[in-house]
Write a protein of this length. Structure first.
Lengths: 448, 175
């Protein structure tokens, strides 16, 4: 028999459990039994079941209460109510709560057989649905970027168009929004897809090392240069160079890179012979570079060279609709990686995740779900599994004065806009002078 | 003779039907089957609320009797048997066990209430015995309608299935 399913029989009468167990085993199904609703719920926490046969009259939690709880946690489980005390009311209630069928004990063998046939048919439809859902998920995913919110759909539409051109791209967005994923997607969709994608985190490298990494060096160019080494600008030949955190590079490096972009050739450290290079530049930053230009920390000419096409990635706060989808995706990912069966997440947990601010964006959400999966003792992630999220970050009413809330909000907007006064004032709906006054009055200060 | 199958009448059972069952077992499972002496119906098996006999209790009693020369037993009764969750049962066997039970009670009536010819009645008895014995050989219910292991919940279904195993079930039979 090829359609084996996992069945749980819940009945306080041992003889009924035993009879049904014997019966279903004759079909080769995987069968388990529980003598009470509580025992059934405990077993469900340990292992998923596809079908449950549940008696109505049981001491403690009755079958209808169990049905309700089971359906709340997992609407896909099919529950067949069995009872020796049938009434129209209980049958109607059971079916309204989501029971798949209702059988009066004792029943004819072919009645049970028919119910099972219907269930197997429904299972097949469910499997087809899951398959199609998987396809739909592929539609909501774009080269590992996940989301179906409106800003993400705009992004999905933009990436293939951007990929076709060879112009420099600047990706902006808060930390953890997936800037490198977008860069990789642009590369994958471009004509350079078969050639290397080289990613360098400019923020992580000191200037001297950065120079050597990008341009390479000749043997003996500096102390420790025991042999010649090609730089990434040469290695990337024909591919895409991704410079992450480009806002952190020094003015000298900006000049050097600007020259490379204009001349399409590099001089490795200690060499006077130019080497022709061909690459597409994709850069990313979490800073507002315009602000840095004003402070003369970033060169305007370099900025315009790297910013031919600008893509702004939304923060997770701006696409809260995607949080449930992302949480489920990470739950599946880490459940698979840790080989733990964690395949359900309660509505309360989703609500908690949605109300959280996620300053670290998708990366923080991924870490939170990973931690919850690793520490979870059951197959269901509950709000309790995310209790480590700082409550101060979750939205909702708090015992604060209006003034304190106003101060907190202004500070948050300023931080989000990297203290760009004009943009912050626009968002807050006040003029620049007023914002300056508030900053002075409330002694608001930048975090770093 | 560890592979011998014992056919045990429990209460009054026509001798001919027992012989038909034994002959079909030998033909289908290619192992000898013998008709053993009659055993009494255990009184405790009778359920006066249902006016039927509990197949589980009869099987328990079959286990208590000793059949040293047989590896598996098919008990046959003319009484109406039941399994607690079902209204009635044509037969009962524990998957992979040694003991099974079949009832002739409902085999001697057609779906419309008429009497079947004796040959059809014997056929039905043999089919139920072969089916339950299949469970003792660890065979599951089979989707294939042309297989003795296909489940028959009603007499009309029983009349449609053949006397033999489908190739898949045949392969699954222990050597």
């Amino acid at each position: 028999m090829d359609s084996k399913i996992r069945i749980m029989i819940v009945d306080d009468e041992m003889i009924v459990r035993q009879s049904l167990l014997t019966w279903f085993k004759k079909y080769g199904h995987e069968v388990d039994t529980a003598a009470s609703g509580m025992e059934a719920l405990k077993k469900l926490e340990q292992k998923p079941f596809q079908v449950m046969f549940v008696d109505i009259k049981m001491p403690g939690m009755d079958g209808l209460e169990l049905l309700e709880k089971v359906k709340q946690d997992d609407p896909d489980i099919m529950v067949v109510i069995i009872t020796a005390y049938g009434s129209i009311e209980s049958a109607v209630k059971a079916m309204r709560t989501g029971a798949s069928d209702y059988l009066l004990k004792p029943f004819k063998p072919d009645q049970l057989s028919l119910v099972m046939e219907r269930i197997l048919c429904q299972q097949k439809i469910t499997q087809e649905y899951q398959y199609l859902k998987g396809h739909l998920e592929q539609i909501t995913r774009f080269d590992n970027i996940i989301g179906q919110s409106s800003p993400m759909k705009q992004l999905y539409a933009m990436i293939p168009e951007v990929a076709q051109s060879d112009a420099s791209v600047l990706i902006t967005g808060e930390t953890g929004t997936g800037k490198e994923l977008v860069a990789r997607a642009i590369h994958a969709k471009s004509l350079r897809a078969e050639l290397p994608f080289v990613a360098i985190n400019c923020g992580a490298l000191p200037d001297t090392l950065m120079e050597s990494e990008l341009f390479g060096h000749k043997k003996g160019a500096f102390t420790g240069a025991t042999h010649a080494r090609k730089g990434f600008l040469e290695i990337v030949s024909g591919g895409t160079l991704f410079l992450d955190e480009i806002g952190d590079i020094s003015p000298k490096m900006q000049v050097d890179l600007l020259r490379v972009l204009e001349d399409k050739q590099v001089f490795s450290v200690g060499s006077e012979t130019p080497v022709a290079v061909d690459f597409r530049l994709v850069s990313a930053t979490r800073h507002h570079l315009e602000d840095r230009i004003r402070k003369e920390a970033f060169r305007e000419d370099f900025y315009y060279r790297i910013n031919v096409i600008k893509i702004r990635l939304p923060s997770l706060r701006e696409r809260k609709d995607d949080i449930a989808l992302l949480a489920r995706h990470f739950m599946e990912k880490y459940s698979h990686e840790t080989t733990k069966t964690v395949d359900r997440i309660t509505q309360d947990a989703v609500r908690l995740l949605t109300s959280y601010d996620w300053p670290g964006n998708v990366r923080e959400l991924e870490n939170a779900v990973e931690r919850a999966v690793v520490l979870s003792k059951s197959r269901t992630l509950t709000a309790g599994d995310f209790s480590f999220l700082q409550p101060a970050r979750t939205a909702g009413p708090r015992a604060q004065t209006l003034k304190a809330v106003q101060k907190e909000h202004i500070l948050r907007v300023l931080d989000e806009q990297d203290w760009h006064i004009t943009r912050s004032a626009e968002i807050l709906g006040i003029n620049r002078a007023t914002l300056h006054k508030i900053i002075k009055r409330d002694q608001l200060k930048k975090d770093r | 003779m560890t592979q011998q199958i014992g056919v045990v009448p429990v209460g009054e059972v026509p001798a001919l039907v027992l012989k038909v069952i034994a002959a079909n077992i030998t033909a289908c499972y290619r192992c000898p089957a013998v008709v053993l002496p009659k055993r009494p119906v255990p009184e405790s098996a009778f359920d006066d609320r249902r006016n039927q006999y509990d197949a589980g209790i009869i099987i328990q009693q079959l286990g208590a009797w000793n059949f040293p020369d047989c590896s598996k037993i098919v008990g046959v009764t003319s009484l109406d048997i039941f399994i607690p969750i079902f209204n009635y049962a044509y037969g009962y066997a524990v998957q992979g066990g040694d003991l099974s039970m079949i009832s002739l009670f409902r085999l001697n009536r057609n779906a419309d209430g008429s009497l079947p010819p004796p040959s059809l009645f014997y056929e039905r008895a043999a089919k139920v015995a072969l089916h339950e014995l299949g469970h003792l050989f660890s065979l599951f219910h089979c989707h294939e309608t042309q297989c003795i292991m296909h489940f028959s919940g009603a007499i009309t279904d029983l009349d449609k299935i053949p006397f033999y195993l489908c190739p898949d079930c045949e392969r699954r039979l222990p050597p």
